[in-house]
Write a protein that binds this ligand. Sequence first.
Ligand code: FES
Length: 143
Amino acid sequence: MTSSFDKFADSLQEEINQDVMKTYGEKVYERWRNPRFIGTMESPTGYGRVTGTCGDTMQIFLRLEDGIVSEASFTTDGCGCSAVCASVACELAMKKGVERLEDITGKAILGVLGELPEDDVHCAFLAAETLQAALDASMKPGK
Ligand code: FES
C-alpha cells in the first residue's frame, strides 16, 4: 500500500525529472539519471583533482595501459551537471591514447551534450580541466 507521503515524494520526483528534462534536454537528463563511470579507483596511473571557480571539486581517475586509457572514473561534490560532464569526459577518454586526450576539451564535452544553460557551461570546462590534470599526472616520471 502506498502512503500519501510516498505519493507526494513520487510526484515531487517526477516534477524534478520534468524540470531537468526541460532545462537540460534529453541527453543530459538520461546521463543524470544513469551516470556512468562514477566512483573512485584504487591505484590510478593518473589522478586529477580540481576545484572550479564555483567552489565545486571534481576528481578524475585514469588507468593507462600501454598509453591507452583502460579505465576512467570520477567523483564530484558539485552540481548534477558536473557529474554529467565528468561522466562524458570519462567516456570520451576510454580506449583513447594519451595523445588524443588533449582533444577532450570543454567544447568537446558540450558537443556531446548539446547546449547547456549558460550558468552550467563552466561545468564542462571543469571536467575537461580535471581530465587534463589526470593526464598530466600520468605523464610524470615514475608513472
Ligand atoms: Fe560547479 Fe557545476 S556549478 S561544477
